[in-house]
Design a protein around this ligand. Structure first.
Ligand code: ADP
Length: 612
């Protein structure tokens, strides 16, 4: 496996290419060189044999031309020929025969072939030579598998063929030489291949090692490590690739950092938004939900799977789709009772779709706003307007009916007319009181009422309250009592405003306490920088169920009774607003049939003589 993998590498491929190229080149050179060499050697060898044959044929003419006058010439010539073929020309591992005109062997240089003397040499080359043809060559392989060259030359005396020279020479040496050259080539090729492979490994390594580096770098980059740089070795293609890769890494890092930064910004905007934000894909699966949205939808408390928008908001996709058709797609959603505050949470849910060009709707963005307070305010504003209208309509209706009665003739009866005018005056005064109270409240609401705080004597202030109501109390046989704890002689407060609070509370205490009751006015310390003033009566008290709403505007326990006593239903609200402006709190404890105690605190810290 390891080897298979190696052969798939560029390094192996390069080495194989180098080796094959060298092999092919060496083979081509070798084949060409050896064949040229072989031709040259063979033709040189043949030429040499031919020239030896020619030379012999010239020498042999003398011996082969019979001389009529000389009887010993025949014997001499044979001897001479023997010397000629044995000594004059030496042919390694070969044979020279001299033949007469009939082709009969006159002499041979080879001892082993002495028996051939006198026999006819019938080879084709010999026949051709005896016919006077000069170039006669042939090749043969003898019984020892040695290749031999045969050359036959005619011996001419003038134009007459008097014999022939027959030469056989072994080509072994020639072929040995060729084989040696071949061996040199083979060993040379092997050495060249070895060196090429070695060089190939080194060269391929110089190419593949930067590629390996870049590959490693690419893996690192993919894993998010942008600090590494590929080494740039030279200015070749690989060097340029390394440079380009480094540049790409740098750009990628930059782009990713920007992307991360943008993501973080978006994340922090989403996290710190006061509105809840949800994003879904086209199927409604939630892909983004900020912290505020989780809080608003109480994802964790409800154990809701924050996977699906329909599940989370409890509405169907069709509903969302229908809402989206509207110009400003939004809806109000009530989320049950808040466990901590025990109140209903009202959310405004706004939808907008994400469109991508060519792909249609790819998701929904949902923005959630907590409009509980807003809705509550809106609700109380509506109630307030209704209450004011109602409170004004009642006296106005009464006035109208009495005026009509006067108009219809009651004026003629002075006694009746006087009573009617009295009623009208009462109702008008009630309306004036109501409007004055409303104006007072509205000034307190809009923080226009400026507190003019001055050091005030507590004893004097509470005694004056009791004095103001002494006539009423005497009439109703109600006994007042005043108790002021030590150390609170002087308190800095807006006397007019606090008088208003005390008056409201005192008038309530008197109004709702039966004849002969007791009203206690008390002032004591409530902490280091706070005093508490309370007015306690032994009156009819307030049912428990009404205590929560007793400070609401126009809230009355017994409407008819309060109205008949001239109450506007705003007294406690005004008292609460004034106390609040003084940085204090007011609370009411009451038991039905036993009595009521209203306590308010004010801060004794001098925050300046004027505060809004
Ligand atoms: P009103 O002008 O009707 O007195 P307030 O805001 O002063 O309006 O009081 C609201 C309601 O609280 C009254 O209508 C009355 O029913 C109840 N209330 C206030 N003070 C007392 C009290 N001391 N004893 C019994 N009921 C009281």
């Amino acid at each position: 496996m390891k080897w298979v993998r190696f052969f798939r590498t560029i390094q192996a491929k390069l080495i194989i290419i180098y080796v094959l190229l060298i092999l092919i080149a060496m083979q081509l050179i070798g084949v060409y060189f050896v064949s040229v060499m072989k031709n040259s050697l063979t033709s040189g060898f043949t030429r040499d044999l031919n020239s030896k044959g020619e030379m012999l044929s010239i020498y042999a003419v003398r011996y082969l031309t019979p001389k009529v006058d000389d009887q010993t010439s025949d014997a001499l010539s044979i001897e001479g020929l023997n010397d000629l073929v044995r000594d004059l020309i030496n042919i390694n591992d070969g044979e020279i025969q001299v033949l007469d005109a009939s082709g009969k062997v006159l002499t041979t240089s080879l001892q082993a072939h002495q028996a051939y003397i006198g026999r006819k040499n019938t080879q084709t080359v010999v026949s051709r030579a005896l016919q006077g043809i000069r170039d006669n060559e042939d090749e043969m392989i003898d019984e020892n598998r040695v290749r031999k060259k045969i050359v036959a030359k005619p011996v001419m005396n003038g134009t007459k063929v008097v014999g022939a020279i027959y030469i056989v020479a072994s080509m072994k040496e020639l072929y040995d030489t060729i084989e040696r050259i071949n061996n040199i080539f083979v060993s040379g090729t092997l050495i060249a291949l070895g060196l090429t492979a070695l060089l190939g490994i080194i060269l391929a390594h110089t190419i593949t090692s930067p590629i390996k580096e870049i590959t490693k770098h690419a893996t690192d980059v993919a894993e998010g490590n942008f600090e590494l740089r590929s080494p740039v070795m030279g200015n070749d293609e690989i060097g340029q690739l390394s440079e380009a890769f480094n540049y790409m890494t740098q750009r990628l890092h930059h782009a990713l950092s920007l992307h991360e930064e943008e993501k973080e910004k978006l994340q922090s905007v989403l996290t710190n938004m006061s509105d809840g934000v949800l994003a879904t894909d086209e199927q409604g699966h939630i892909i983004v939900m900020n912290r505020r949205a989780k809080e608003m939808l109480r994802v964790e408390e409800r154990g809701a799977t924050d996977q699906d928008i329909t599940e989370l908001l409890g509405i169907s996709m069709q509903h969302i789709n229908t809402l989206e058709q509207e110009a400003r797609p939004s809806m109000l959603m009530k989320l049950g009772l808040d466990q901590e505050q025990e109140q209903e949470v009202i959310l405004r849910v706004m939808f907008s779709t994400i469109h991508r060009r060519g792909e249609g709707v790819t998701g929904i963005i949902v923005v959630l706003q907590d409009v509980t307070e807003q809705e509550k305010l809106e609700q109380s504003r509506r109630e307030f307007v209704a209450n004011v209208s109602h409170e004004l309509r009642t006296p106005l209706t009464t006035i109208k009916s009495y005026v009509e009665a006067l108009d219809d003739g009651a004026l003629e009866e002075p006694q009746l007319a006087g009573r009617f005018v009295g009623v009208i005056r009462n109702e008008t005064e009630r309306m004036i009181r109501l409007v004055t109270d409303l104006l007072h409240l509205s000034r307190l609401d809009s923080k226009q009422a400026i507190l003019r705080k001055k050091p005030t004597n507590m004893v004097e202030m509470l005694e004056e309250v009791a004095d103001r109501f002494s006539f009423q109390m005497k009439q109703r046989r109600i006994k007042p009592s005043i108790f002021i704890a030590n150390g609170i002689e002087q308190v800095v407060l807006d006397r007019d405003q606090i008088d208003q609070v005390l008056d409201n509370l005192m008038s309530n205490a008197i109004k709702y306490t039966p004849d002969g009751g007791v009203i206690e006015l008390e002032a004591h310390k409530a902490g280091a920088d706070r005093i508490a003033i309370s007015i306690k009566d032994t009156g009819m008290g307030i049912p428990k169920k009404d205590l929560d709403r007793i400070f609401d505007r126009f809230y009355r326990v017994d409407k008819a009774r309060s109205r008949s006593m001239g109450g506007t239903g705003l007294g406690l609200s005004i008292a609460r607003e004034i106390v609040k402006a003084h940085g204090g709190t007011i609370n009411l404890e009451s038991e039905l049939g036993v009595g009521t105690k209203v306590t308010f605190t004010i801060s004794t810290l001098d925050e300046g003589s004027e505060a809004s």
